[in-house]
Design a protein around this ligand. Structure first.
Ligand code: HEC
Length: 181
């Protein structure tokens, strides 16, 4: 094998390499995937909205119905939020807020040695019904603007029902609550 022949062989190999490379570049140009402007798939959701919206938008079940499924123990746990300001024991003291023993059916603003806010005394007449408690616990400030009860409220109907069921149990004679049919 002389030098010339070796050159030819090397040339052939080099040529093949160049050809493969060129093919690769052309093919890359032809078949390159288009990069989408926004990564990911476009998923069109046509499904109707589920319970999440029903919870927010639709009116809640009436409190009587929620009470039929209420849970006193859960209410006791939830009512820990009230303990900062309220004592629940019979003959217990007032704290930031008045003692709440027997609050269901009790006259509104009945604790003589507690100084209720001016608006509370003005607006709150009669005795505490389930409905009244439900509304006040949802948003105290909406019922009594300027109330001194600095509590944001319990947004969930089921939670208010549990708390009301618990409050009802704090009494010498708890009222019969609505029962499930
Ligand atoms: C940050 C303190 C605070 C928290 C927390 C709080 N309350 Fe009150 N609550 C008050 C005050 C103060 C009043 C008196 C309101 C007024 O005079 O305007 C009050 C009044 C009340 C009354 C009226 C009592 C009456 O004698 O007529 C009820 C019922 C009541 N709260 C229930 C609750 C329940 C149930 C919770 C927990 C879910 C709670 N509160 C959480 C401070 C609080």
């Amino acid at each position: 094998m002389d030098g010339f022949e070796i050159n030819k062989i090397l040339g052939a190999i080099l040529g093949t390499c160049m050809f493969t490379l060129a093919l690769n570049i052309v093919a890359g140009g032809l078949f390159a995937a288009k990069v989408p402007a926004k990564p990911g798939y476009d998923v069109t959701v046509t499904e109707a909205h589920g319970p999440a919206v029903a919870e927010k938008g639709a009116p809640e079940e009436p409190i009587e119905k929620l009470l039929a499924a209420a849970n006193v123990e859960k209410g006791a746990t939830l009512a820990k939020k009230c303990l900062t300001c309220h004592d629940f024991a019979k003959g217990g003291p007032n704290k930031v807020g008045p003692n709440l023993w027997g609050i269901l059916d009790r006259d509104k603003g009945a604790i003589a040695n507690f100084s209720y806010s001016t608006n509370f005394k003005k607006i709150m007449q009669g005795h505490w019904t389930i409905d009244d408690l439900n509304k006040y616990l949802l948003n105290p400030k909406a019922v009594v603007p300027g109330t001194s009860m600095a509590f944001i409220g319990l947004a969930k109907g089921t939670e208010r029902a549990d708390v009301i069921a618990y409050l009802n149990s704090l009494s010498d004679s708890p009222k019969p609550l609505p029962k499930a049919q």
